[in-house]
Design a protein around this ligand. Structure first.
Ligand SMILES: Cc1cc2nc3c(=O)[nH]c(=O)nc-3n(C[C@H](O)[C@H](O)[C@H](O)COP(=O)(O)O)c2cc1C
Ligand SMILES: [Mn+2]
Length: 482
């Protein structure tokens, strides 16, 4: 699947995309997607949003079956299979094909500069009533650094007027690192391209935290789609973008000019306070003759903001923790935990390994920056079944002995449970405007306990005689009167 159009055609064939029959407003789109997520329904296509002539396509990655299809897997692949597939491709860098530079491509069919630049040509709108303004969502954002190379990341874009936006370039993210380094070089801005409607693989790559800032998301995307990504040079900046993208917004991101963006209704289902971000000035927009505005909404537990975010984080964590947690078996971030809760499964071989696993888990980048709560379970607990995790927490934890509290620390700023937000103006931090939140962390050792863990051992579980149970299951119907 090399283009978003091929993916949309596949969904058409599967009947997994609904076409809206009449004009709708931005609020209408937001409500329609919310209801589709409630019903675990299809993707959405709207021909007329707020009077824009550019069709809007959304919720493309808003279900596990569509995520599987977008990766070329069967639509009933279980989450663990999708995760393993993804994690393996992330690991095997020898199979990442370098992107190819081509002369031109469909994204150049229309080129708008100067007075022709108008972001509201596209159906860009305010999603939730409490949002600070219209947002471009589900975009890839490309920048580059002379030494670190290129980066593609997905960062929220608050549209201020027809040619100005904010980009949430947090210093924790790769674009923030690029911007801080531009500042150190004495440059006022970073050249940045915002992509809309790229191939599914480039979408996935732009939400994936690579193992290092130097790793090229385009090369990883090439491996995901089984074919090198084809790139064209931008018109007004020295940045390369996918030739098949629907829309490319070129411009300059100024750290010397800050704006207050947000609030914004975020993936975890809460509004997040407004943030100070650098200002992006658009220098050119290129797009297809008949572009599709691909976007997505945040906030619903079964929505794109969750389902889509989820896979790369799980794959990254799996790869990191299998190296750092001794006895590691698996890791799972239940959707219900909205990214703030992780369950890690281990094979425990001596007293204390549960605690050790807590500390090792908190050393992983994502867990350290974003997860508030880690629970450790044994192999007899299916960590994909929250009923079983709950059972382990309820029956294997003596709180005084098995709960570890880590003191408050600076974490990723979007965290509804955090006690405070902090604008890092006086931290001597490179950019001087990035925010952090302050939050403590909890680790729960819900593994079975040995006698030598200062208590009586966790009792054996009640299970009927195994052979008899198998027999009963096999001959089930024969036991009952007809
Ligand atoms: C729908 C969606 C929206 C996102 N929005 C943001 C955002 O506004 N700011 C941010 O820092 N990360 C956001 N992320 C997470 C980043 O895309 C992710 O951390 C990615 O790894 C960033 O790229 P980088 O690692 O190259 O910096 C979003 C992810 C998804 C799936
Ligand atoms: Mn990156």
């Amino acid at each position: 699947m090399e283009t978003i159009r091929e993916f949309i055609e596949l969904l058409e064939r599967k009947g997994d995309i609904a076409h809206v029959a009449r004009p709708v407003s931005g609020e209408g789109v937001a409500a329609l997607i919310w209801e589709l997520n409630e019903r675990k329904g299809p993707a959405l296509w709207c021909d007329n949003v707020n009077g824009s002539r550019v069709p809007l396509v959304a919720n493309l990655f808003g279900s596990f079956s569509r995520v599987a299809l977008a990766l070329g897997l069967p639509d009933d692949a279980p989450p663990k299979q999708i995760r393993n597939y993804y994690a393996d491709i992330m690991e095997d860098k020898s199979k990442w094909p370098a992107p190819q530079i081509v002369k031109s491509g469909p994204c150049k069919e229309v080129i708008r500069t100067g007075n022709e630049i108008d972001l509201f040509h596209f159906p860009i709108f305010k999603w939730a009533p409490g949002d600070g303004g219209p947002y471009i969502t589900l975009n890839g954002t490309v920048s580059k650094d002379p030494e670190l190379g290129r980066n593609v990341g997905m960062y929220r874009v608050h549209v201020i007027n027809k040619n100005t936006t904010g980009i949430m370039a947090l210093s924790m993210q790769d674009i923030g690192i690029h911007l801080a380094r531009a500042r150190e070089r004495g440059e006022d801005y970073l050249e940045v391209a915002i992509l809309i409607g790229m191939s599914p693989a480039v979408y996935f790559a732009s939400t994936t935290k690579m193992a290092a800032v130097t790793e090229d998301e385009y090369a990883f995307a090439g491996a995901l789609q089984g074919k090198p990504v084809q790139l064209v040079r931008c018109e007004t900046i020295d940045v390369d973008v996918p030739a098949d993208a629907e829309i490319v917004i070129e411009g300059r991101l100024y750290h010397t000019e800050l704006l207050q963006e947000g609030p914004y209704g975020e993936w975890m289902g809460y509004y997040e306070e407004s943030m100070i971000t650098p200002t992006f000035h658009v220098t050119c927009i290129t797009h297809r003759k008949d572009p599709l505005y691909v976007t997505g909404s945040m906030g619903h537990q079964y929505g794109e903001g969750e389902v889509f975010r989820y896979l790369p984080i799980q794959a990254n964590l799996y790869n990191v923790l299998k190296r750092s947690v001794i006895g590691f078996r698996d890791v799972y971030l239940p959707l219900q935990g909205r990214g703030y809760k992780a369950v890690v499964q281990i094979k425990k071989r001596y007293p204390g390994w549960g605690k050790q696993a807590i500390y090792a888990a908190f050393s992983a980048g994502y867990i350290n920056s974003s997860v508030n709560w880690v629970t450790i379970v044994d192999e007899d607990i299916d960590l994909y079944d929250l009923n079983q995790v709950y059972f382990a927490e309820a029956t294997r934890v003596d709180p005084e002995l098995d709960v570890v509290m880590l003191p408050v620390q600076g974490v990723y700023p979007l965290n509804p449970a955090a006690r405070d937000r902090y604008e890092a103006k006086d931290l001597g931090h490179e950019l001087g405007f990035t925010e952090f939140a302050w939050c403590s962390k909890i680790g729960i050792d819900a593994t079975r306990k040995y006698r030598d863990e200062h208590r009586r051992a966790t009792p054996d579980r009640v299970i009927p005689d195994r052979k008899t149970l198998e027999l009963v299951r096999k001959n089930w119907d024969s036991y009952f009167k007809k």
